[in-house]
Design a protein around this ligand. Structure first.
Ligand code: SF4
Ligand code: SF4
Length: 993
């Protein structure tokens, strides 16, 4: 099979280097197979589904598909121990107020992520939550949402969520466990040692309840721990530099020059939805003026921020503190002497000069995993360039400090001083660094109470486990990244009988029978004046935030950082292992969410698991190929994991993503990858001194990097900033550049028939502001009922995504440029698929949409083989049938669920066009510009996707199409696509010289 060849053979890396060096002109390649032009790549290029029908005959594969379906679609209402008896049901005689069947209702709420509120709008159909979008009314939010938050709606229905309480690992009724937990708390002697372990929290209600609990139980100490902590280390650094903890916010919208030292500002994480829109807005201003913002990134493994950098410098992680010290010293900070090789020292000098030249409009950042002293040095450097208060904001802490963290809790547990431990929605047995041996410490605690959404590794080892309600099932509150408070309101009853944490804490506080809603209202009684009426409470619920609660912007105090010491420089060729969150499942909290497991990771394009990411140089030296198993050992602990070769990776760096391998929580997580936490060190995320042994075994990984490969020229285009500046729509009207002409050579379908609709729907995707984050992919999956197919099907190129994000490398193996290109259906005016279909199941609509008629399709797949863009998907299995009762709960009722044997593809969210058309007709008007937003467009944090009616010359889409950067993909095939692209813009870096 073709993909076996892709994974099994050791690539001839010296030959590849020569081939890339000899290439004339810019050369784009997706993976080593393509760069080498291997037969495996040719197979992917030539066929739309290279490894075809043989799987239908393989019973094990079919079982996996069914298992995937069962777990990834929703089994709402299924509960492990419930017995359903026949019941009478009575139809409504009176319609509930404001509920019209078929018309969705929307609620503003929030989803917590790392303890901070993500403001969301929840779409519900007849009481079923089906979709989450960002709440753009919230001062800190836009309509966009990252993949994690969008996928919370699928996690809500996850049939593997905990539905049963456990006592010493054995099922008991939730009521019994709940009253036992209450007895434990009530029976505590005054001053007895009790510890509470939570993730970071900003919930005013939870924090108030914890404070009250501390007053009742003077022996209680609250420990806070995040498996991937983006906030705590920065607070510690700020305390070191300013003398008190302050939150810092990089303001990318204000920065002309940003130097990032392994700080993935645009990547997945807490701040992505703040940083990405700001960065893109500044970028768009640069398109007009030619004065583009520039990112300079030093990093060991490619990130989204590195991909968008004007200059990406490859450096091992352990050298980053030295790089920071060198830059700080160049800027006049009293920094310890750095030990750097000449090329790193030169880079440090170059970026320091740039930062100085752009003082007041520049910022230096370093990853949260860097030592606090190094971060404090960077704050001092920022003070020198006038960044504090301009491009680097300082805020009062939004999440208050706790009494301790995980290491001191583990010490206390092991020392026998913890009598009772309460763990709230964390799985430290899985996620804690192996060196802490949390499981061993837990065994020394007499009573442990775990509350969680999954019966995870910690639940199974605790004295008691109680299932927890999901954020869409319970009242709570929280504060967003700007501090503005949100009220979390439930949109469904707990599907699996999960308990509401605030209600349980109320009972522990001696107020049994009080609900979570009571608790939240108690918190907000005074601030919202509830004794005087409900108006402000209702306004807060309606709008999704409480006005006037943003964190105070603090004028930055002067920096007085203590003298820093730098880590000893490592030996040349010392192997370093760097840990980071998995881009798809973060710290493991999303490990059982099918939408996310099947999401190709932005750089590697791996799905369903993780790998040890290695450089081409290391692969060459050790004879590694993709999928080859290695054993990495440090301090007596070892993990076995397959490798994946990543161009642009630092030569001696091995990157491991935590979060995978959380096998016990569910059927999908079981199909995920390897748990690397056992190898993780306790302080910091860089491990030196590990050894790597190559094993004689290969594991086949499920990657998509060659899928959808297109044969053509200039797939990704770029223009110099000077040519773009001021050459937007106005210039285009006067006749723009070459790309412009290729796009606008006449509209083929001018429907002037009487009664014909006047709209011409089109899309434009700006490659310059696309950061490859995958939010559009999940947005489309959620909107269009796109099934999860499982790793075996992905290996055969049968993933069903209607929009994919192609990732290209350009240049040499060790320091390539990285580009992203989202590819939905092109809705061609001259659509080859329409010509190919023998039964006319795909036809051209009057408004330019290339439409599928599902019940006419006989599954010949001719259309797919005719499509040069490889955007059509075939239903090899019947994903439409519910694998279990209630499975269909998450589906969007406005979108047809496709049957087996039917071809499907992006529809331009035609259901949204129809809904807008109905509203416009009722009001006897045209559909307004911006009224139809496709799901991928809504989800995009950088607004890289523009959609609308290109017949309207004032519309955003018409202006985007008239932009000088506009071009058509594979224009040479004369398909005349309605979906177009805007070229990358290459920054002017002359001043670096
Ligand atoms: S187009 Fe897609 S991948 Fe690109 S930035 Fe927008 S959401 Fe992210
Ligand atoms: S337009 Fe709609 S159907 Fe097409 S890729 Fe975007 S979200 Fe998916």
């Amino acid at each position: 099979m073709a993909e076996k060849a892709c994974h099994g053979n050791t690539p001839d890396i010296p030959a590849l280097r020569r081939r890339l060096a000899d290439a004339r002109g810019p050369r784009l390649w997706k993976g080593l197979e393509e760069a080498a032009d291997e037969p495996a790549f040719r197979t992917w290029l030539d066929a739309e589904f290279p490894a075809a029908a043989q799987l239908l005959d393989q019973p094990h594969a079919r079982r996996t598909v069914l298992r995937t379906m069962a777990a990834s679609f929703l089994l709402g209402g299924l509960s492990a121990c419930d017995v359903y008896l026949p019941e009478d049901v009575v139809p409504w005689v009176e319609q509930p107020e404001a509920m019209v069947p078929g018309v969705p209702r929307f609620y503003a709420s929030m989803i917590p992520f790392q303890g901070y509120a993500r403001p969301v709008v929840i779409e519900t159909h007849e009481g079923r939550p089906t979709r989450l979008d960002g709440n753009h009314r919230h001062p800190a939010a836009t309509r966009a949402l990252d993949p994690f938050t969008q996928a919370e709606v699928l996690r809500l229905y996850d049939p593997d969520r905990s539905a049963t309480a456990l006592r010493n690992g054995n099922p008991v009724s939730t009521a019994a466990a709940r009253s036992q937990a209450l007895n434990v708390i009530q029976g505590l002697e005054n001053g007895e040692a009790v510890r509470l372990l939570t993730g970071r929290t900003t919930s005013p209600t939870l924090l108030r309840q914890i404070e009250e609990l501390k007053q009742r139980l003077p022996g209680l100490r609250h420990h806070v721990w995040e498996p991937v902590d983006e906030v705590g280390p920065r607070l510690r650094a700020a305390e070191m530099a300013f003398g008190r903890p302050l939150e810092t916010r990089v303001r990318l919208g204000e920065a002309d020059v940003v130097v990032s030292l392994e700080d993935d500002l645009l990547g997945a994480g807490l701040m992505q939805l703040d940083h990405a829109p700001d960065w893109a807005e500044r970028r768009r201003r640069g398109h007009e003026t030619g004065d583009l913002n520039r990112l300079y990134v030093a990093e060991s493994t490619p990130t989204l921020t590195g991909a968008k950098a004007a200059d990406r410098h490859v450096v091992p992680s352990h050298r980053v503190p030295h790089l920071a010290a060198a830059i700080a010293a160049d800027l006049g900070v009293d920094a310890p002497p750095a030990s750097l090789p000449p090329e790193d020292a030169a880079w440090a000098g170059k970026v320091a000069a740039l930062l100085e030249r752009h003082a007041g409009r520049a910022v230096l950042t370093v990853g949260a995993h860097a030592p606090a002293e190094v971060q404090a040095l960077v704050l001092a450097a920022n003070e020198r360039i006038g960044a504090l208060g301009t491009t680097l904001q300082t805020l009062e802490p939004i999440a208050p400090p706790a009494d301790g963290g995980l290491p001191d809790l583990v010490d206390a547990m092991r020392g026998g001083t913890v009598g009772t431990l309460v763990i709230l929605d964390l799985d430290p047995v899985f996620a804690a660094p192996g060196v802490l041996d949390f499981a061993g410490a837990l065994a020394a605690v007499p009573t442990s109470i775990h509350l969680g959404t999954y019966a995870d590794a910690t639940a199974r080892r605790s004295s008691l486990h109680l299932p927890l309600a999901h954020a869409l099932e319970t009242w709570s509150d929280g504060r967003a990244t700007d501090g503005t408070a949100c009220i979390q309101q439930p949109v469904t009853r707990p599907l699996y009988g999960g308990i509401e944490v605030h209600a349980m804490l109320e009972a522990w506080l001696g107020r049994p029978g009080r609900t979570a809603r009571h608790a939240v209202r108690r918190t907000w009684r005074a601030p919202l004046g509830l004794d005087d009426g409900e108006a402000r409470w209702e306004r807060a619920l309606h709008d999704g935030y409480v006005e006037g609660t943003a964190a105070e912007n603090v004028p930055p105090p002067s920096v007085d950082a203590p003298p820093a010491t730098l880590p000893e420089p490592a030996e040349e060729r010392a192997l370093e292992v760097v840990f980071g969150p998995d881009p798809a499942v973060w710290d493991g909290r999303y490990a059982n969410v099918g939408w996310l497991q099947e999401l190709p990771k932005p750089i590697t394009k791996l799905t369903w698991g993780n790998a040890a990411l290695v450089s081409p140089a290391l692969a060459e030296r050790l004879g590694l190929s993709n999928g080859r198993l290695v054993e990495i050992t440090a301090e007596g602990r070892a993990v076995r994991i397959p490798v994946w070769i990543v161009p642009g990776q630092a030569a001696e760096t091995v990157t491991l993503h935590v979060g995978q391998g959380r096998h016990v929580i569910g059927r999908l997580a079981e199909m995920g990858g390897t748990d690397v936490n056992p190898l993780r060190p306790a302080g910091g995320d860089v491990l030196l001194g590990a050894t790597l042994e190559v094993l004689d075994e290969t594991r086949e990984l499920a990657d998509t990097q060659m899928h959808g490969s297109m044969e053509g020229r200039d797939l990704i285009r770029a223009m110099p900033a000077a040519e773009v500046a001021g050459h937007g729509a106005a210039q285009a009207e006067a006749g723009g550049g070459e790309a412009h002409h290729e796009t606008l050579h006449g509209r083929i379908f001018d429907y002037e028939k009487p009664g014909a609709e006047p709209y011409a729907w089109a899309m434009s995707i700006d490659l310059d502001t696309c950061i490859g984050c995958n939010a559009c992919v999940v947005g489309c999956v959620a909107e269009n009922n796109i099934p999860v197919v499982g790793p075996e099907q992905v290996r055969m190129g049968r993933e069903m995504h209607w929009i994919r994000v192609d990732r290209y490398f350009e240049g040499d193996l060790d320091r390539p440029k990285i580009h992203f290109q989202p590819v939905p259906c092109m809705h061609c005016e001259h659509a080859p698929c329409e010509i190919g279909c023998p039964v006319r199941a795909t036809v051209h609509g009057p408004e330019g949409l290339n439409q599928m008629i599902y019940n006419r399709c006989i599954g010949t797949r001719t259309c797919s083989s005719y499509c040069p863009y490889k955007v059509r998907r075939f239903n090899w299995f019947d994903y439409s049938q519910p694998a279990a009762p209630g499975e269909e709960a998450v589906r969007n009722p406005d979108v047809t669920v496709r049957a087996r044997g039917v071809m499907e593809k992006c529809t331009y969210c035609v259901q949204r066009i129809s809904a807008a058309r109905r509203e416009a007709k009722k009001e006897d008007r045209r559909i307004a510009d911006g009224e139809v937003q496709t799901a991928c467009q809504t989800a995009c944090p950088t607004q890289a996707i523009v959609f609308g009616d290109q017949n309207d010359p004032a519309s955003r889409i018409a202006r985007a199409k008239d932009d000088r950067r506009s071009y058509a993909l594979l224009a040479e095939t004369n398909t005349r696509p309605r979906t177009g692209y805007r070229a990358l813009v290459v920054e002017d870096t002359d001043e670096e010289a």
